[in-house]
Write a protein that binds this ligand. Structure first.
Ligand SMILES: C[S@@+](CC[C@H](N)C(=O)[O-])C[C@H]1O[C@@H](n2cnc3c(N)ncnc32)[C@H](O)[C@@H]1O
Length: 216
């Protein structure tokens, strides 16, 4: 088996036994995230702008991944429910959340985050009353992230790429979520033939947010 989960002193790690990449450990207290978190604002964070709500909004993160976007939204004051399909990624994030809970300054942020192991394209009954949904599947290779770049690359190498947007949009609509935000690479190489068009887009340095309104 190429990849394995290992308990290391810094936390639960995803290890590539044949690769040269360092182990993937999610750390919400990393210096990069702390810097980003300290200057958090709706102006500076595209995602917060896309949610377009005052702190305290409820966001459903349909593709939790390493939970970085969710952590940023929770740092702003939103309440985020994260759904993650991969059991391995879920365990990595759960471990990171438990470690971060022990840090006094991060605890209030962590209290606004919940995580479930679930395929978000399937009906999830407790997911009700959300102001916005976030979708960030593996559309294509990502070059930047708030964590060391290796973490996102490692996640992609482990999970592979390929995701269809429509099932997420359908699921968000079924849950009565009016606004769905889809994170894509800034330059999108995916063909948009027959794809539903967003109402508007916010473009950042490395990524783009497509905002869809669901008829609810
Ligand atoms: C690019 S990562 C998300 C990164 C995340 N936005 C962050 O800030 O760390 C995509 C994640 O979505 C998860 N995923 C893909 N399809 C999913 C589904 N149908 N339900 C739940 N999670 C899904 C993958 O397992 C992967 O962990």
């Amino acid at each position: 088996m190429r990849y394995c989960l290992m308990n290391q002193p810094a936390g639960l790690a995803l290890v590539d036994r044949y690769g040269k990449k360092p182990p993937l450990i999610v750390n919400y207290a990393s210096p990069a995230l702390r810097r980003r978190q300290k200057k958090i604002s709706a102006r500076g964070e595209l995602l917060i702008r896309a949610v377009k709500e005052k702190p305290g909004a409820r966001v459903l993160d349909m593709t939790a991944g390493l939970g970085i976007d969710a952590f940023i939204l929770a740092s702003y004051g939103h309440e985020v429910m994260m759904l993650e399909r991969s059991k391995t990624v879920y365990l990595l994030v759960r471990d990171a959340l438990m470690r971060a809970q022990q840090l006094k300054d991060l605890k209030p942020i962590l209290d606004r985050l919940t995580l479930h192991h679930w395929d978000s394209t399937q009906a999830f009954l407790p997911a009700k009353g959300f102001d916005a949904a976030l979708v960030d599947p593996m559309f294509e290779e990502k070059k930047k992230s708030a964590l060391p770049p290796g973490n996102m690359q490692m996640l992609q190498a482990f999970l592979g790429q390929g995701a269809e947007l429509q099932p997420f949009l359908t699921a968000a609509q079924a849950l009565g979520i009016r606004r769905t935000i889809v994170k894509r690479p800034r330059v999108d190489r995916e063909p948009a033939i027959n794809a539903r068009r967003p109402v508007y887009q916010l473009t950042g340095r490395s990524s783009r947010l497509d905002v869809f309104f669901n008829p609810v």
